[in-house]
Design a protein around this ligand. Structure first.
Ligand SMILES: [Fe+2]
Ligand SMILES: [Fe+2]
Length: 381
């Protein structure tokens, strides 16, 4: 605390209360260190922020990042509930992406019009808003409370902005100790919202990229199928049946995508065969390796390339390439595609459906993975 340069009185204000001399700020002793509790609070905030920053850079799963943001917001602002809403493609509605509490799942089915209620006001004005008592604020509609059963008393809501463009809003509700929201709470929620906005934009970029690649692959497939009219639609058919089997096996996420990409591109190696006839699937032993070589260096397709390599390898190790792999040592995606490829080969040879079915049945555990064969037989019933 400064000491009056005129009368020596020690005081804590901007001028001496005894003689009125202004405080000598320059020569004032250093401020007292913050109390231990404050240091602990700041450390806790920093560690939450650090963990979220790490998860943004290490995962493309936007839902898990947003859940962490919501949980951290509640913890650091000492509030009872939180939610994150995103702006719909039509830019007219907000929908709940993450909502804490027992009724969170109910909320994820609700939409809020931009301009309606507190969240709608924040979205429309792109400004943070603190309301210490919602019962006296005409913008509060109570619509969400009546759906969720939660009773909102106070609310802090901030916009999620990327380059000044609105992507959603984040809010925390009711301080646990009933105290009013502070400017510090607003700063914390705004900072966390910046993380959420980055995660959302990252996820959208990845999804756009994947969508772009999926379209390129499909165009490529149509181009090489056009080499022989009889082959038209083969790759999509293989992809369709393979992914149906994958769904029955509860395969999701990246493993599912790898199977889709591998199935669409399974015969891409024929492009590298100048005089190919795709209908000669089983005699052209090099196309799986060629296909693998062609795409193995594309990051997005690295895992799919491995599945393409073995799409003519049978469960018992027969077929090609003969790398000594058999049964469960063959990648699951390859076992799925090789069954579908073999079935489609029989169709090219105009086998009656009943004969195809009998062949799959009789080769269960020999040429075909028995579990996959059973699923295939169930799907075509
Ligand atoms: Fe094929
Ligand atoms: Fe093939």
């Amino acid at each position: 605390m400064p000491k009056c340069s005129n009368c020596g009185f020690i005081f804590r204000y901007d001028k001496c209360p005894r003689c009125g001399t202004p405080a000598d700020v320059k020569n004032a002793p250093p401020a007292a260190p913050p109390p231990v509790q404050k240091i602990e609070e700041n450390k806790s905030a920093l560690s939450e922020f650090f963990e979220i920053a790490c998860s943004i850079t290490t995962t493309s799963d936007v839902d898990s990042v947003l859940k962490k943001v919501g949980a951290a917001a509640e913890k650091l602002t000492l509030t009872m509930a939180s939610s994150i809403m995103l702006l719909d493609d039509d830019k007219k509605n907000l929908y709940f992406k993450v909502a804490s509490g027992d009724k969170g799942t109910i909320l994820t089915k609700l939409k809020v019009l931009v301009g309606e209620g507190i969240a709608g006001w924040v979205a429309a004005n792109k400004q943070p808003l603190i309301i210490q008592d919602v019962s006296v604020d005409p913008r509060f509609t109570g619509k969400i409370d009546s759906e969720s059963g939660f009773r909102t008393k106070s609310i802090l809501c901030v916009p999620l902005l990327v380059n000044d463009e609105l992507v959603g809003v984040a809010e925390v509700l009711n301080k646990i100790d009933g105290s009013p929201f502070t400017e510090k709470d607003k700063t914390i929620l705004t900072s966390l919202s910046n993380f959420a906005a980055v995660a959302i934009v990252n996820a959208r970029n990845i999804s756009d990229q994947q969508n772009f690649f999926a379209n390129v692959f499909e165009i490529l497939t149509v181009a090489f199928e056009a080499n022989d009219q009889r082959f038209s639609g083969h790759c999509f058919k293989v992809a369709q049946i393979s992914t149906a089997i994958a769904r029955e096996l509860n395969i999701t996420g990246n493993q599912y995508k790898d199977i889709y990409y591998a199935a669409v591109l399974h015969d891409v190696g024929f492009i590298a065969e100048p005089d190919y006839s795709i209908l000669e699937h089983n005699s052209n032993r090099i196309h799986p390796i060629k296909g693998y070589e062609m795409i193995k260096n594309i990051n997005l397709l690295k895992s799919a390339a491995g599945l393409i390599k073995y799409h003519h390898l049978m469960y018992d190790g027969s077929g090609f390439p003969a790398d000594g792999l058999k049964k469960e040592a063959i990648p699951l995606g390859s076992r799925i595609i090789s069954l579908v490829e073999a079935v489609e080969d029989m169709r090219f040879s105009v086998y009656p459906e009943e004969k195809i079915r009998q062949t799959v049945e009789s080769q269960k555990g020999i040429k075909f993975d028995p579990v996959i064969a059973d699923i295939y037989l169930k799907i075509i019933e």
